[in-house]
Design a protein around this ligand. Structure first.
Ligand code: COA
Ligand code: ADP
Length: 598
């Protein structure tokens, strides 16, 4: 068995151990890491990369004596915009900035280093990836401050919408970012609807989290309203207000609202997506409004909303931005203090109070998924309706990261079925591929339906749908034919997430990962198996030919199974893949498959 989505079984090929050693050798022999930097002997530099270094001066500080986040946001936006314009060759505007988590604060005298590069160009928009670190000039040490992704839209003089030239990623890191940028874009564009959907569908705890019950602050006391006049220094040469300037003004009013709750100097920890809904220009007045939406034990959420208007038309205010920021208050040891409880206003205040709780839950769930150590059992993460979009993103991006790796080494080839391996610090992966005569889309539909897997993979006994999450995500309960060491059949709860190509040249992707579901706890009749990351990548190579590749990632904890479980099945992978090919061929003209998937 090779094509099962379980590391312990999938890699359970007798000579996997040998193949792995060979695989590594072949990587070294072929020099598979095609880093253009190394080839030319010079340090490779992405052509869209822009760097900014700023010495933090007293004029950049906030009241806590740290670099003001508003100032940092201005520098981030400028660096990212220059990178976008370098690629686009014309002026660009900020459309959005994804969630930012700040890991460190920065003091006067330190140097902030910002690096930005375009990860991917879509039609008129581009994703720019930004890395922020700071440097202590005396010790020479560096620390990460945050990572951010911003989307810029190119504005040419022509009235027609611009079509940007595509990027050609070179290094492994660039290929990974390029591939996952499509996933982030998908999440970003669905963000408003996702949040709306969640807030209406999910049941949020309405009881107060314990805070300092001795002090209850009515949120009304934290309300801030402030106006800014957009002057030429706040705008670009076309008169559009800089996105960074707007974010800095937003951070300013949010900090005032947070301070009014805690009567201390708060520290900004996270910002949730800035979406620039419409432009503003020199001469506009910007009305900024902020209020604390909810206070939890150690953190509070402040919401900010921005409207723009011309002096002569104050009644016609345009809503141009809203954002939510999380603050903490740190004591002298840097530990968060317990915050007062809040009393929301009736109406909008109650709604925002509940919505802030929902956003906090989503944030914590995401943090948990990110922090999961993929080398430790259990590998599964809990599936939850409120985090379905993120889990789907996480599933597909893990597979795309594996696909973009450059260190794959050809381990063996039998009947045109090739097996590659990839050995890394904490994981061991393999990929099996073959080119076949079928339409890629048809292969995609056939392989993404796990209920049909038993037709070609002898290790699948059955798979039934537990939940059709949406058009592209399905949770299955899979029963395997394999008997575990406890002499029981194995079962799995698997989230299957599929993606059609975002652009020409992109593959079709079907990703699998284990999740836990409260409705399907482990059953004593079975041994619960897990898969961390596996799936298919399908490339249309010519009008007739399609390359189908299967990927599976295992962790060291499972290697013992791999090398001891099954002996002498060296051609197993090719037999399974051949069975897969026969299945695809048999169903290649089945029109019903397409109709089912429309
Ligand atoms: N996040 C990321 N990208 C977004 C987005 C969002 N929330 N909303 C739209 N976009 C992208 C679209 O995907 C599209 O990209 P594509 O061409 O690569 O497919 C692009 O923006 C244009 O979308 P379109 O639907 O044609 O236009 P729109 O009416 O949604 O306008 C903006 C998008 C960004 C141009 C418009 O909202 C705007 O002008 N915002 C203000 C920009 C600004 O002033 N920024 C701050 C000061 S520089
Ligand atoms: P919502 O009300 O759905 O949260 P908005 O975009 O209207 O979305 O506002 C975003 C946030 O801005 C609100 O959650 C709130 O914290 C803050 N806000 C909105 N209106 C006001 C106001 N009039 N005064 C103070 N803060 C406001």
């Amino acid at each position: 068995m090779l094509l099962c989505d379980r590391p312990e079984l999938s890699l359970a090929s007798a000579n996997a151990k040998l193949l792995l050693a060979e695989g590594l050798a072949s990587v070294l022999a072929t020099g598979a890491l095609a880093d253009p930097a190394m080839e030319s002997g010079e340090r490779y530099r992405n052509p869209t990369e822009v760097q900014m270094s700023q010495l933090v001066l007293p004029c950049h500080m906030n009241h806590r004596g740290e670099l003001s986040i508003g100032q940092l946001l201005k520098w981030i936006d400028t660096t990212a915009c220059l990178s976008a314009e370098r690629h686009a060759g014309c002026p660009c505007v900020t459309a959005s900035v994804d969630d930012i988590y700040f890991e460190h604060t920065i003091s006067v005298g330190q140097v902030v280093n910002i690096k930005a590069k375009v990860n991917r160009a879509f039609n008129s928009s581009m994703e720019v990836g930004i890395q922020v670190s700071y440097e202590d000039l005396c010790s020479g040490k560096q620390w990460n401050v945050c990572k951010a992704y911003a989307t810029f839209v190119a504005h040419s003089k022509a009235t027609a919408k611009m079509k940007l030239k595509p990027l050609a990623p070179q290094t492994e890191e660039e290929k990974t970012e390029y591939s996952i940028a499509a996933e982030r874009r998908r999440m970003r564009l669905a963000h408003t609807d996702t949040i709306k959907d969640l807030l209406t569908s999910c049941t949020v705890r309405t009881e107060r989290e314990s805070g300092d019950c001795n002090t209850v602050v009515p949120v009304e006391q934290t309300r801030v309203e402030s106006v800014e006049l957009v002057l030429p220094p706040h705008a670009n040469h076309q008169g559009n207000t800089f996105g960074g300037q707007i974010m800095a003004w937003m951070e300013n009013v949010a900090t005032i609202a947070a301070s009014r709750l805690c009567r201390a100097h708060p520290t900004l920890k996270t910002i949730e997506m800035f979406h620039f809904r419409g432009p503003s220009q020199v001469g506009d007045r910007l009305l900024l409004k902020a209020i604390v939406n909810n206070a939890f034990k150690n953190s509070m959420e402040v919401g900010v909303c921005v409207e723009a208007y011309r002096q002569e038309m104050e009644v016609n205010r345009r809503h141009i931005n809203s954002a939510f920021m999380t603050f903490v208050v740190l004591d002298q040891e840097g530990q968060p203090i317990i915050l007062p409880m809040v009393k929301p206003d009736t109406g909008d205040g109650e709604r925002r109070y509940r919505e802030a709780s929902a956003r906090k839950k989503i944030r914590l769930d995401r943090k948990y998924i990110i922090s999961c150590d993929q080398t430790k059992v259990p590998l599964s993460v809990p599936w939850d309706q409120s985090n379905k979009v993120y889990l789907s993103y996480n599933n597909v991006s893990a597979l795309k990261t594996l696909v973009a790796k450059t260190n794959w080494g050809l381990a063996t080839e039998i009947d045109k079925v090739r097996m590659y391996t990839l050995e890394e610090d904490k994981s061991l992966s393999f990929r099996i591929e073959r080119t076949t005569n079928i339409d890629a889309k048809q292969a995609f539909f056939l392989l993404s339906d796990l209920r049909r897997r038993h037709e070609w993979d002898s290790f699948y006994a059955s798979a039934e749908i537990v939940q059709q999450v949406d058009e592209d995500d399905v949770i299955y309960h899979v029963l395997s034919q394999v008997i575990s060491q406890e002499n029981k059949s194995q079962d799995f709860i698997i989230l299957a997430s599929r993606r059609k190509p975002c652009d020409e040249g992109d593959p079709y992707v079907v990703a699998f990962r284990s999740v836990t579901l409260p409705t399907h706890p482990p059953n004593p009749a079975y041994t619960r198996g897990e898969t961390i990351c596996s799936g298919f990548c399908i490339w249309q190579e010519t009008a007739e030919l399609t390359k189908v590749a299967y990927y599976n990632q295992a962790t060291p904890g499972y290697l013992r199974y791999i090398t001891t479980n099954i002996a002498g099945l060296s051609s197993d992978f090719s037999l399974t893949f051949k069975a897969c090919e026969r299945f695809l061929q048999k169903n290649k003209d089945d029109i019903a498959i397409r109709f089912q998937n429309l």
